[in-house]
Design a protein around this ligand. Structure first.
Ligand SMILES: C[S@@+](CC[C@H](N)C(=O)[O-])C[C@H]1O[C@@H](n2cnc3c(N)ncnc32)[C@H](O)[C@@H]1O
Length: 251
């Protein structure tokens, strides 16, 4: 199937490939493929040479992954009669590069992993029970605790989740700030459930006169970085939130 311009697309005939496609993408992220090819297109063997493995057949297996991603338009592929195909990252998917090498402000890699790894994946498998059973939350059914209780005991997952949310926020607020004038005249801005404070931090960069407040659960605030112009406040929004002139919420 030829991928149409403008991104990944699935026809009815391709529905069975949704999960294999997503998990192929996950494998490529875990193998660091997008960072490896960020600079220039490379052959499967050249990419495999940069992956720490002693597997002599690594490039053949990797080539299958690369071909799948090329079929969906994520990778470009150039053929020549004298050498094996070279794979590059399509312009639209430069955002999959996790390092600063990308000109994009967003790394989608963390977002993809958020859904393709447990606990995201395992809780999606419980989704039908939210329909069949009263008051059932798929995540709680899978793990016996709420997502935030689960995350609070797993710093690595929390880091990935926060990075994923922050990358999203950075991307969208850059677009919003180009046209939205609602922050004009604001003096104090409280982001409720603001994660690591990236969103309010980006607003403060554009509006340095605003006092920024970032409110989130204690275990999120504990690992939040210092952000100029932003005060972090820990708490539970279902109990109370700090007083502030203006509130903001983004999921
Ligand atoms: C989907 S994330 C959104 C993060 C951020 N607003 C953004 O868009 O990047 C939801 C946020 O709400 C926070 N949160 C969940 N329950 C909360 C509670 N009871 N009190 C305060 N924050 C909470 C989570 O820790 C998480 O950072």
């Amino acid at each position: 199937m030829e991928a149409p311009k403008g991104g990944v697309f699935f026809s009815a005939r391709e529905l069975h490939n949704l999960i294999p496609f997503h998990l192929t993408l996950r494998a490529a992220i875990e193998l660091n493929v997008f960072d490896i090819i960020a600079g220039a297109p490379l052959t499967a063997a050249e990419i495999a040479a940069q992956i720490p493995t002693g597997n002599p057949n690594a490039s053949a297996s990797l080539d299958r992954i690369l071909r799948t991603l090329a079929a969906y338009g994520i990778l470009t592929v150039s053929f020549s009669s004298s050498s094996p195909p070279a794979y590059g990252l399509a312009d639209e998917f430069q955002c999959l590069v996790s390092s600063e090498k990308s000109s994009s402000v967003i790394s989608r890699a963390a977002n993809v992993l958020g859904h393709a790894l447990s606990p995201g994946f395992d809780s999606f498998c419980e989704m039908k029970h939210a329909v069949l059973e009263e008051n059932t939350v798929p995540f709680v059914r899978a793990f016996g605790v709420t997502p935030y209780e689960y995350f609070s005991e797993r710093p690595e997952l929390t880091k990935n989740f926060n990075e994923s949310m922050a990358n999203n926020s950075k991307f969208y607020i850059a677009v919003v700030l180009k046209t939205y004038r609602g922050f004009d005249g604001v003096t104090e801005l409280l982001d409720v459930g603001g994660g690591n404070g990236t969103l309010v931090g980006e607003v403060i960069k554009a509006y340095p006169n605003i006092r920024g407040l970032n409110f989130d659960l204690p275990f999120i605030i504990d690992s939040a970085p210092a952000i100029p112009g932003v005060e972090h406040i820990a708490g539970d929004m279902f109990e109370s939130i700090p007083n502030a002139e203006t509130l903001m919420m983004k999921v």
